[in-house]
Design a protein around this ligand. Sequence first.
Ligand code: AMP
Ligand code: GLY
Length: 420
Amino acid sequence: MKILVIGGGGREHAIIKKLAESDKKPELYCMPGNGGISEEAICVPFKATDKEAAVKFALENKIDMVMVAPDDPLSLGMVDDLEDAGVRAFGPVAKAAQIEASKVFSKALMKKYNIPTAQYEVFESSDEAIKYLKRPEQTYPAVVKADGLALGKGVIIAQDFEEACEAVKGMLDGGMFGKSGSRVVIEEFMTGPEVTVLAFTDGKTVKPMVSSQDHKRAFDGDKGPNTGGMGAFSPSMNYTDEIADVCMKTIFKPTVDALKSEGIKYKGVIYFGLMLTPQGPKVVEYNSRFGDPETQCVLPRLDTDLIDIFDAVIDERLEEIDIKWKKEAACCVVIASGGYPVKYQSGYEMSGLDEAAKTGVTVYHAGTKKENGKFYNAGGRVLGITALGNNLCDAISKAYAGVEKISWTDSFYRKDIGRK
Ligand code: AMP
Ligand code: GLY
């Protein structure tokens, strides 16, 4: 069986490693993949957004299943094109992927179907938005979001009226996020712990995975700029069985049902970014895919064959599958290039990868290049080091024991992943 995974980061490496564990012994391909992924899969040198290349490669190489992992090919309709060409594909079609690609779409869906989320309004003109921000009942902080995909940077928590105006003008008039910022959502600021729940769905049934939590800021103590994620752990202590029940009843099932009622068949993974507010769990955001780095601590806990799950989703029989999880906790620490997320140097030789692996951790590659048997950093987030443990503390110390073995010029990592 041949499987092609689209993407080339730590999340894709975690998906590839889990697929490789299957009894079905799949032949794995990854487009474009990376240095580490090339040890387990054949890398196909096209961009993850190259829809034509994906279809052509799948047909020519008789690929049995294509798994599209990142948001941009999903929102560009790669799954639509693969399906049209008769290729089995895992992931939502473009219309369904709008839950991530358009905040205006996802907020309207939640409003229409009474799915708990922050109150909001949508604006296309900065004059109108500023008039709204001036209402006497407006409170601060206020949250200003670009409508479209913005590499996780399209959300500004404005502390006062001036900051909110600056954000609104930057997005609507200043082209801060290009077309993604041509509409903005201004929403109520919510408080409470954040939890991520990824869920498989075939458009009818929804099966949540174990919970997780990521760390978006670059430095210890949640300081510094926002990043793609500097580490994650699973499970989240805040996400109790009781809260999980509430989320299933008020958020997960209603979301899948809402999409169905809108005539949208959503098949793939939905990422529920949740905030456990004093009024109960609310949706902060939806993503149309596995999260990164959450996947690197969720999938290692999966005990069921991932190929069976993907097949059940594609064939719309997810209800039949019993998905099993390990009791152990997991922690993933990201090692990044010095200067990330602003400016960094690539091409430094990395050391200690084998020594780290000997400690029992799994080393997921996010931005590496392999040349003549040596690894070089080739991106901002470079590695994700994951360990399982009997409990979270155990997983954290095991992960850091591996992390400490690895270094290259200017590499850095957060020392407090999971300590909250
Ligand atoms: P998003 O890209 O929508 O997940 O937003 C990025 C981060 O901004 C979230 O993980 C939250 O920490 C924060 N955030 C977004 N929306 C809100 C909100 N309405 N209230 C408080 N924090 C928010
Ligand atoms: N970790 C956040 C994301 O994948 O969007």
